[in-house]
Design a protein around this ligand. Structure first.
Ligand code: IPD
Ligand code: CA
Ligand code: CA
Ligand code: CA
Length: 277
């Protein structure tokens, strides 16, 4: 039985290299364009970093498969099979990156037989490195991570993100969900512009819950392993098991807070990663 520890070491080295590329790109003039909507931004650096990560991993593991945000946007099929598969977000928080707003990460997840085995998230601005391997704990710069043990939602800090879809109907549901979270009353709701870093804050116990409709498998793959290994819960917004391709997630430190969030949410339909063109 493979323990994938070599893959974790390799992923860490590549995430650090990718992070250096992002750090130097953030200081330079950026070539920005948009994809699905005017607010769905992409830069040359997104492509460059994804190419760096995938080509380095492919050289090391020629039989492995790859899912990457920018490859998927370019038409490569986004498909999770039983084969060892790397799931990559080269720059999470592209809009933040464009503005030099300091919440930008590289995210590398790895699944085998559709089970998430390891995750690496590198915070490019402050150099924080989150790592986890299934069954072996989660770490932040080598220090063991533990989720918040808070069960009382009135003492919870809740995180969410809004995707690129901003039509009035989507915004109404988004704001309705947020209103429910604020009127619990919780301690507050935050949007930081990077789903992987927000999820890392659930793993570290800095916030109690995260929910989002509209994220992608590359936003959640690495973070899901890190949160679970830190003792947290990652699930579908219905409360069932996480479906990586479903574009929705609830994550929380405790089951009580996860259940509370699940009960409040009105769904937003985004389709699936593995069926979208
Ligand atoms: C996006 C960010 C954003 C979230 C979106 C993601 P990207 O990732 O994480 O915070 O709201 O759903 O797609 O496009 O910057 O990699
Ligand atoms: Ca993007
Ligand atoms: Ca992302
Ligand atoms: Ca991205």
């Amino acid at each position: 039985m493979e323990d994938w520890s070599d893959c974790l070491d390799v992923a860490v080295q590549i995430a650090l290299r990718a992070g250096q590329v992002v750090q130097s790109a953030v200081k330079q003039e950026k070539q920005v364009s948009s994809k699905s909507t005017p607010t769905d931004l992409v830069t040359e650096a997104d492509h460059q970093v994804e190419e760096l990560i995938i080509s380095t991993l492919r050289e090391k593991y020629p039989s492995h498969r790859f899912i990457g945000e920018e490859s998927s946007a370019a038409g490569v099929k986004c498909e999770l099979t039983d084969h060892p598969t790397w799931i990559i977000d080269p720059i999470d928080g592209t809009c933040n990156f464009v503005h030099s707003f300091p919440m930008v990460a590289v995210s590398i997840g790895f699944a085998v037989r559709k089970e998430l085995e390891l995750g690496v998230i590198y915070h490019c601005f402050d150099g924080t490195l989150y790592t986890a391997r299934r069954g072996h704990g989660a770490f932040c710069n080598g220090v063991r991570l533990q989720v918040s043990k808070e069960k009382d939602v009135s003492k919870a800090l809740i995180l969410t993100e809004i995707g690129a879809k901003r039509d009035p109907a989507t915004l109404d549901i988004f704001l309705g969900n947020m209103k429910k979270m604020l009127s619990a009353p919780t301690h507050g709701v935050r949007i930081i512009g990077s789903s992987t870093l927000a999820l890392s804050h659930i793993a570290s116990g800095a916030a109690e819950a995260y929910y989002q409709y509209g994220l992608h498998c590359w936003d959640i793959a690495a973070a899901a392993v890190i949160i679970r290994e830190a003792g947290g819960h990652v699930m579908d917004t219905t409360g069932g098991p996480l479906d990586l391709m479903s574009r929705r997630v609830v994550a929380a430190g405790t089951r009580q807070i996860a259940d509370y969030v699940v009960k409040q949410l009105q769904p937003i339909n985004y389709g699936r990663d593995d069926t979208d063109p």
